[in-house]
Design a protein around this ligand. Structure first.
Ligand SMILES: Nc1ncnc2c1ncn2[C@@H]1O[C@H](COP(=O)(O)OP(=O)(O)OP(=O)(O)O)[C@@H](O)[C@H]1O
Ligand SMILES: [Mg+2]
Length: 377
């Protein structure tokens, strides 16, 4: 672990580090550029060893938050602690953190090997150890054969892997990865995702990962931080954020969903009821911020709706099949409800149960735990 500077440790006694101490802790964090609030009220505890993904639209503040963790920017307000110690004013090179930039800067006058070896040589490691660690890392990112090419003699995707290797070879406690796979094609991306998980498991480092790609976030993350306009909207495990979005923004951002305008008619500790304009009643057992009488939106995923059920507690609605799209193992049914809203139902094509045809009037079903009743925006 990087030591604190004498000046910093004189004013801040290092906190005892326990297993529960978050590796990074930001409280009430804000960042203002001129008059523009890039980050507002950021409260984030990053657990030691987890893969945390920052997910959100372009310009929502992901890179800014990473740069603050890395020490390239300071917070305008609030505090940041790294491994229990106040990190304000600690420069990047004294933090146990390495960042792979969105626009990574490799040294064009050095070959691939020397680019990866650079940090280790700077630390004064013995030549044999440098060689061994660089070779192993080049093997991991599958660039063994390119070790002696210059940066302008390799592809964009290969450069991206050099940047990854260059950061990982330092074995940082925290690795900040800003869209590290963006320039790679799908096949290498999938391979690199699996590699990233393996490397994470091997190193025990904390990964903070930025992506635009929902699938990448769902596959890779222990937890996802969903951001919008400089604020954190929701922090959850991927499966929980997908199943229980707490806002319309979260429901729309992650995965596909059906949305119905509705009004809340009843709210109790264990259930909330909302009525859609088509007369359909939705009851959910999922906690909701929607208030009685407030305009709301009901969200149900296409795979949470079905044409058959044995469960007497299932809820139901009726509609007419307008269109069926067959895509191999699955089909998507588009239904028209009585108020002209449309919804999509995903079915698996391996069922022996009869499925409706176009033009047929049908009943569809869903379960209370798959209904999210969200405040309208
Ligand atoms: N140095 C700066 N000066 C002024 N504004 C800035 C500066 N850096 C970032 N911003 C602004 O802050 C906002 C957040 O930028 P940031 O780069 O963090 O977004 P992002 O979420 O990483 O977006 P993307 O997904 O496009 O990379 C943007 O509106 C950006 O223009
Ligand atoms: Mg960015």
């Amino acid at each position: 672990m990087t030591a604190l500077s004498p000046a910093a440790s004189a004013t801040t006694a290092p906190a005892p580090v326990t297993a529960q101490t978050p590796i990074i802790e930001i409280s009430g964090g804000a960042k203002v550029f001129g008059s523009f609030a890039a980050l507002t009220n950021i409260n984030l505890s990053i657990r030691d060893g987890e893969i945390l993904t920052l997910l959100g639209p372009s310009g929502c503040g992901k890179t800014t938050l990473m740069r603050i963790i890395a020490g390239f920017e300071d917070l305008t307000a609030g505090s940041i602690r790294i491994a229990g110690n106040n990190a304000a004013g600690i420069p990047p090179e004294r933090r146990p953190v390495n960042m792979v930039f969105q626009r990574y800067a490799l040294f064009p006058h050095l070959d691939v090997f020397e680019n990866v070896a650079f940090g280790l040589k700077l630390k004064g490691l013995a030549k044999a150890e440098v060689n061994e660690r660089v070779e192993r890392m080049l093997h991991i990112v599958q660039l063994d054969k390119f070790a002696h090419r210059y940066i302008d003699q390799i592809s964009g995707g290969q450069s991206q892997r050099v940047a990854l290797a260059r950061a990982l070879v330092n074995r940082p406690k925290v690795l900040l990865l800003d869209e590290p796979l963006a320039a790679l094609d799908l096949k290498i991306r999938q391979h690199m995702l699996a590699e990233m998980k393996r490397i994470h498991g091997e190193t025990g480092a904390t990964f903070v990962y930025v992506t635009h790609d929902q699938d990448e976030a769902l596959i890779l993350s222990d937890r996802i931080v969903l951001m919008e306009k400089g604020r954190i909207i929701q922090i959850d495990r991927p499966q929980d954020m997908y199943a229980r979005p707490r806002s319309l923004f979260a429901a729309k951002f992650l995965g596909e969903t059906n949305l119905f305008p509705a009004r809340v008619t009843e709210k109790a500790a264990d259930r909330t009821v909302a009525c859609g304009s088509s007369g359909i009643r939705f009851t959910t057992t999922v906690p909701t911020d929607a208030q009685v009488n407030a305009a709301s939106v009901v969200s149900i995923r296409p795979e949470s709706l079905y044409f058959h059920t044995d469960d007497p507690l299932s809820q139901s609605g009726e509609g007419t099949v307008e269109d069926i799209v067959f895509i191999g193992s699955r089909s998507f049914y588009r239904l028209r409800l009585d108020d002209e809203t449309r919804l999509r139902i995903q079915v698996q094509n391996n069922s022996r149960l009869a499925l409706p045809s176009v033009g047929e009037r049908v009943t569809f079903y869903w379960d209370a735990e798959n209904v999210a009743i969200l405040p309208a925006e």
